[in-house]
Structure formats: structure tokens, C-alpha cells
Design a protein around this ligand. Structure first.
Ligand code: HEC
Ligand code: HEC
Ligand code: HEC
Ligand code: HEC
Ligand code: HEC
Ligand code: HEC
Length: 473
């Protein structure tokens, strides 16, 4: 019995403590309102002027409720001078809202969190910011507010109408070849996750184990750009060297990716529909556009081989003369369409990358660039011995193509996609004359190299064993 009394009095004490804490919270906004009231004039500064007067001001909670936008914002409980011209230049939270954006987006119709995020119902500044408290949608830093405009407006229209960073971010996204690994609007590679809804991800959907700063989506994204492997160990994403302005633009653009969040129809201005129309009108993309969006990030112009320091490997010269005159169109289509599983060369066929059939044809035609091939005239080498081939391989090839055709800086020869589409003549010719402009040198005696036709035959026999089922039908 005594035990119960002790427990009960502890509970009462705790409840009392909570009440005291709560009431000090309550006074936070009251104090702001009292201070605001003391800043208001008791008579209009000029005769006939309509303005808020101290004696008419009531101390009470204020809020904007907009069910259509699921908004119940008490921000104006503290931000009292939002539309008061006398509060231009006053200290926060009393200062008039910057610019005239509240004229076209009145508080009664839009609230505040529609653009700023943050916890609308909160009546303390800490809870309203929602950063160190448990809240899914913390207040955006001012420089990133432009990310909210894209939910209702067309990104290109916004470039001249209040959100230039959004358009800049969209351009950077294409220039940096992000699409070669990420899908957006259905189009792109598959190495990384699709980004259509990355702007809706809440802090608990990111891992902050290796992030040093604030637990907000934008801080995660910023730290991830600078050091993807530091934030997501074993990530395949190369670090991005952005200037501060580019970083802000990129963050604004990513945070605006909210495909699953569409504002109610009455909130969508005409320009929104322009963007839909533009998207459809620009498809199908040309081969060159697709190459620049999807391939250039890794292959460069494709005319020469290039060593990529991040991936620590060679990127094949897929638009070089020798490759194009010796590879069949079927071979090229298969490599692009199916990729090279086990390497960073992903599949870009229509089912994987979102290209239409027409676009895939255009891309292949652009890569081929009109070069005429004579793959069917390439001589197969004499039949050889895989055992002898293996010895030759270890001596001449392993350094670049890796043990048993895996993991070198050159192409992965232990690849089903490669071996199924490559004829003996094509493999032999790649060895005989090499690929000018790349690290792959000519190996045939006739081209100044060390290997006889028979030895090349042994090598082809060995390479065929590197992947099960690795033979053309
Ligand atoms: C309890 C009062 C209070 C409430 C409620 C409140 N704010 Fe504030 N707000 C402040 C104060 C005080 C500052 C100035 C903070 C500073 O300078 O450190 C501020 C600053 C800001 C700033 C300036 C940028 C920044 O990060 O410092 C923005 C934007 C802002 N508030 C938006 C909002 C929004 C949106 C809401 C509603 C979700 C809101 N505030 C709710 C008191 C409040
Ligand atoms: C239509 C979008 C939109 C709405 C709605 C909106 N804001 Fe803003 N707000 C902005 C933008 C954009 C800026 C930055 C303007 C600039 O930098 O010139 C801003 C700036 C501010 C600032 C100054 C921030 C700073 O760092 O100086 C405060 C405070 C603020 N808003 C509070 C509010 C409050 C409170 C509400 C609701 C009454 C509100 N805003 C509604 C878009 C909006
Ligand atoms: C919830 C949807 C929504 C959001 C978010 C939003 N807007 Fe708007 N905006 C509108 C609507 C609706 C109108 C009114 C259009 C009309 O009157 O035809 C408008 C009007 C405007 C206008 C005036 C257009 C004109 O023709 O006079 C500008 C400029 C503008 N918005 C810029 C912005 C910027 C910048 C942001 C982000 C800070 C933003 N908007 C965020 C829906 C939105
Ligand atoms: C070579 C491929 C590659 C390129 C190029 C690339 N990424 Fe990534 N990205 C990845 C991979 C793989 C991940 C998943 C692992 C991780 O979190 O780092 C990722 C993760 C991300 C994430 C986190 C998404 C989420 O939901 O967790 C974002 C955002 C992102 N990338 C944006 C970009 C942007 C923007 C660019 C262009 C500047 C870009 N990436 C370029 C491969 C790439
Ligand atoms: C993330 C980097 C990356 C992207 C993006 C990429 N590739 Fe590749 N690609 C490679 C690598 C690496 C290889 C060699 C793979 C191997 O080890 O076999 C390769 C191989 C190829 C090959 C076979 C070359 C040969 O020598 O047989 C073709 C053709 C090709 N890519 C075309 C493309 C096209 C077209 C695109 C754009 C749609 C593209 N690639 C996008 C990295 C990439
Ligand atoms: C110095 C590094 C290096 C050495 C040594 C080397 N290769 Fe290569 N090899 C490459 C590179 C890089 C490529 C991709 C060339 C390109 O850009 O198309 C390649 C391409 C090839 C291809 C065409 C693969 C494809 O995906 O189309 C074959 C076959 C090949 N090498 C076989 C060999 C054989 C057999 C040897 C040994 C006799 C050898 N290579 C030695 C670097 C090397």
C-alpha cells in the first residue's frame, strides 16, 4: 500500500514537472507577442494610413488552416509582421516577409510550410524548425526554399520567376551525367537508385551513421556529394566537385524531386502544364542527346580509351574507328542493351533504361556514326588449345584483363554478354591489331607483336572457357 503511494506521488511530481516545462513553452510565443505589441504604434504614423495598432492587438495563437494542402501552420503566432510594411527591417521573428511572394501566395491559401517545410503546429521555435526534435520535415534553410516551388510550377518558367537555382540544378544534373547511373522520369541507368522521389525522403530514411552534421536530408545529400564512400561505404558513386553555388543548385533540384507529391488541381497554375507538354514534345531524344545524357560520363567522346581514376579502370573507346569497323551491329546492340553484368557497364535496353525502341535505334546509330563494318570478313584463327592459351594469357594479358578475365583495368573478358555476341574472328582481330587509341596494343607478328596466328588461336580457345555458355549461337 505504502509502495503504491510512493509511486503515485512520483507520477504526480513528474506530471507537474512536465506542466511547468510546457507552460514555459507557452510563454515563448506570448513573450514574442508582447514584444510585438510594444513595437506597434498607438496611432497611424501618417494621417489616414491603415495599420495595425497596439491597442487593437490581441495576445492569442494565430494559425493558417488549409485542409487542401494538409496545412495547419501556427508560424504566424510568432511571425507577426509578415505583411506589415512597418516591420520592414525589424528583427526576427517580426520582420516583414521578403519580396512580394505572399501577394501571389496569400497565407490563408498557402500557409507557410508549403514553401518552408517545418512543423506547422509547433508554438516553439525549436519545434517549428524540427531539426533536433523528431520531425519528418524540418524547416528548409532559406537558400534551399526554391526547392518547394517545383511542386506547382514548371522548372523552366521558374528560372525567371523566383527560383533560378532550380533551373540551374536541372542543367547540372544533365551536364554531370547523373542519368548514366540514375533514372529520373523513367530514363536513365541502373547503377544507382531512381531519384524521382528523393525530395520526399525523410531523415529516418537516410543512414546518418557516417554523417557528421545535422540530421536533415540536405545535409546528408551535401556530405554524400563530397564523399559518397564516406557516407555510403562501398558506393559506386564518384565524388562531385561542386562550387558552393552549384551545390545549392543541385540540392534545390534534388529536394524538388517529389513525383509522388502533386499539389491539388486548384493549386496548379498554367505553367505547370507547359512543363508536361515540353517533356512529351522533346521525346524521342536524338542519339546524340541520349549519348550525352547516358554514356559520356564514362566513355567521354568515345573516340579514345580513357583511364578513369575513380573506377581505377579503362573506359573502352566505343566510337573509335577500329572498334566500329570490326564489331557487328548485333554485337554493339547486345553490349549496350544487356550491359556487361559484373562490371559498371549497365544495361541500357528499353526495359532497363526507359529508352523507347526508336531511341535505342538512334543511340546505336549515333555510336556507329556511319562507319561501315566488315566483321564478317574477319578470319577466325586456327583451332587452338585452351591449356596453352591459358599460359599465354597469364604472360601477356593478365596484367590488364585480370586473372581468368575478371577484375583488371581492361575489359572483363569473362563475360557472357561479350562472348555470346563476339565471333572468333572478332576476338582474334581485337588481339591481332589491337584498338588504336587505347591500351590494347596489336599482338600479331604481322602487326609487329609477339604472337603467331596459332598462338592467337590458343588464346581464343582459352577466352571461350572464361564464361559458361560463352559462344555465339
Ligand atoms: C515560437 C515562435 C516561432 C514560431 C512558432 C516560428 N518561428 Fe520562425 N523564427 C522565430 C525566431 C525567434 C526566429 C529567429 C531565429 C534566429 O535568428 O536565431 C525565426 C526565424 C525564422 C526564419 C529565418 C531563417 C532561419 O532559419 O533562422 C524562417 C524562415 C522562419 N523562422 C520560418 C518559420 C516557419 C515556416 C514557421 C512555422 C513552421 C516558424 N518560423 C515558426 C520564431 C518562431
Ligand atoms: C510561396 C512560397 C512561400 C510561402 C507561402 C512563404 N514563404 Fe517565406 N520565404 C519564401 C522565400 C522564397 C523566401 C526567401 C526570399 C529571399 O531570399 O529573398 C522566404 C523567406 C522567408 C523568411 C526570411 C528568411 C531569412 O533567412 O531571412 C521568413 C522569416 C519567412 N520566409 C517566413 C515565412 C512565414 C512565417 C510564412 C507563412 C506566413 C512564409 N514565409 C510563407 C517563400 C515562401
Ligand atoms: C502549392 C503550389 C505552389 C507553390 C508551392 C508555389 N506556387 Fe507560385 N503560384 C501558385 C499558384 C496557384 C499561383 C497563382 C497562379 C495564377 O494566379 O494563375 C502562383 C503564382 C506565382 C507567381 C506569380 C505569377 C503571376 O503570373 O503573377 C510567382 C512569381 C510564383 N508563383 C513563384 C513561386 C515561387 C518562386 C515559389 C517557391 C518559392 C512558388 N511560386 C511556390 C502555386 C504555387
Ligand atoms: C557511376 C554511377 C553514378 C553516378 C555518375 C552518379 N551516381 Fe548517385 N549514386 C550512385 C550509387 C551506386 C548510389 C547508391 C549508393 C550511395 O548511396 O552512394 C548513388 C546514390 C545517390 C543518391 C542517394 C539517393 C538515395 O535515395 O539514397 C543521390 C541523391 C545521388 N546519388 C545523386 C546523384 C547526382 C545528382 C549525380 C550527378 C551529379 C549522381 N548521383 C551521379 C551512382 C552514381
Ligand atoms: C558507369 C560507366 C559507364 C556508363 C554510364 C556506360 N558505360 Fe559502356 N562500358 C563501361 C565499361 C567500364 C565497359 C567495359 C566493361 C567490361 O569490363 O567489359 C563498357 C563497355 C561498353 C561497350 C563494349 C565495348 C567493347 O570494347 O566491347 C559498349 C558498346 C558500351 N559500353 C556502350 C555504352 C553506351 C552506348 C553507353 C550509354 C548508353 C554506355 N556504354 C554507358 C562503362 C560505362
Ligand atoms: C596494357 C593493357 C592490355 C593488355 C596487356 C592487353 N589488353 Fe586487351 N584490352 C585492353 C583494353 C584497355 C581494352 C579495351 C579497348 C577499347 O577501348 O576498346 C582491351 C580489349 C580487348 C579485347 C576486346 C574486348 C571487348 O570487350 O571488345 C580483347 C578480346 C582483348 N583485349 C584481348 C586481349 C588479349 C588476349 C591480351 C593478351 C594477348 C590482351 N588483350 C592484352 C587492355 C589490354
Amino acid at each position: 500500500m505504502r509502495y503504491v503511494l510512493v509511486v503515485a506521488s512520483v507520477v504526480v511530481l513528474v506530471l507537474f514537472g512536465i506542466m511547468v516545462a510546457k507552460s514555459s513553452y507557452l510563454t515563448e510565443w506570448r513573450e514574442y507577442q508582447q514584444e510585438y505589441q510594444s513595437m506597434l504604434p498607438t496611432a497611424p504614423p501618417e494621417e489616414g494610413q491603415v495599420c495595425e495598432l497596439a491597442q487593437e492587438f490581441r495576445i492569442k495563437q494565430r494559425q493558417a488552416v488549409v485542409p487542401a494542402l494538409k496545412v495547419m501552420d501556427r508560424c504566424v503566432t510568432c511571425h507577426l509582421g509578415m505583411d506589415n510594411p512597418l516591420m520592414d527591417g525589424a528583427k526576427q521573428p517580426f520582420r516583414k516577409h521578403p519580396g512580394d511572394i505572399l501577394t501571389s501566395h496569400p497565407v490563408e491559401k498557402f500557409g507557410c510550410t508549403t514553401c518552408h517545410r517545418g512543423q506547422g503546429v509547433a508554438t516553439t521555435w525549436r519545434d517549428a524548425r524540427g531539426v533536433d526534435v523528431h520531425w519528418d520535415d524540418p524547416l528548409l534553410p532559406t537558400k534551399l526554399i526554391q526547392s518547394s516551388c517545383g511542386a506547382c510550377h514548371d522548372a523552366e518558367w521558374l528560372a525567371d520567376n523566383g527560383a533560378p537555382l532550380l533551373a540551374k540544378g536541372a542543367a547540372l544534373f544533365e551536364e554531370h551525367g547523373c542519368r548514366s547511373c540514375h533514372k529520373l522520369g523513367g530514363l536513365g541507368g541502373t547503377l544507382g537508385p531512381a531519384l524521382d522521389n528523393v525530395g520526399l525522403k525523410i531523415p529516418t530514411e537516410f543512414s546518418f551513421t557516417h554523417v557528421t552534421g545535422e540530421h536533415t536530408a540536405w545535409n546528408w545529400l551535401a556530405e554524400h556529394f563530397k564523399d559518397p564512400q564516406g557516407v555510403s561505404p562501398s558506393s559506386d558513386m564518384p565524388p562531385q566537385d561542386f562550387t558552393d553555388e552549384e551545390m545549392d543548385a543541385m540540392l534545390v533540384f534534388l529536394l524538388s524531386q517529389q513525383a509522388n507529391h502533386i499539389a491539388p488541381r486548384q493549386y496548379l497554375p498554367d505553367d505547370y502544364f507547359v512543363s508536361r507538354a515540353r517533356e512529351t514534345n522533346s521525346r524521342p531524344y536524338s542519339g546524340e542527346q541520349l549519348y550525352n545524357m547516358l554514356c559520356q560520363r564514362c566513355h567521354g567522346s568515345g573516340e579514345k580509351g580513357r583511364f578513369d581514376p575513380f573506377f581505377a579502370r579503362e573506359m573502352p573507346a566505343i566510337r573509335s574507328q577500329r572498334f566500329l569497323e570490326t564489331a557487328s551491329e548485333k554485337f554493339i546492340r547486345a553490349q549496350i542493351g544487356q550491359g556487361r553484368p559484373g562490371t559498371i557497364m549497365g544495361a541500357f535496353g528499353s526495359t532497363s533504361s526507359g529508352l523507347s525502341e526508336v531511341e535505342f535505334d538512334r543511340l546505336v546509330a549515333y555510336v556507329k556514326g556511319g562507319v561501315e563494318d566488315h566483321w564478317n570478313e574477319l578470319e577466325p584463327p586456327p583451332a587452338g588449345s585452351a591449356v596453352k592459351g591459358k599460359r599465354l594469357y597469364t604472360k601477356h594479358c593478365e596484367e590488364c584483363h585480370g586473372k581468368a578475365g575478371v577484375g583488371g583495368s581492361g575489359n572483363q573478358l569473362a563475360s557472357r554478354t561479350f562472348l555470346k555476341a563476339a565471333t572468333d574472328g572478332f576476338i582474334a582481330e581485337s588481339i591481332r591489331t589491337g584498338r588504336p587509341g587505347t591500351k590494347m596494343e596489336p599482338f600479331a607478328l604481322s602487326a609487329g607483336g609477339p604472337l603467331s596466328e596459332q598462338e592467337i588461336g590458343h588464346l581464343v580457345a582459352y577466352i571461350r572457357t572464361l564464361s559458361p555458355g560463352g559462344k555465339p549461337k
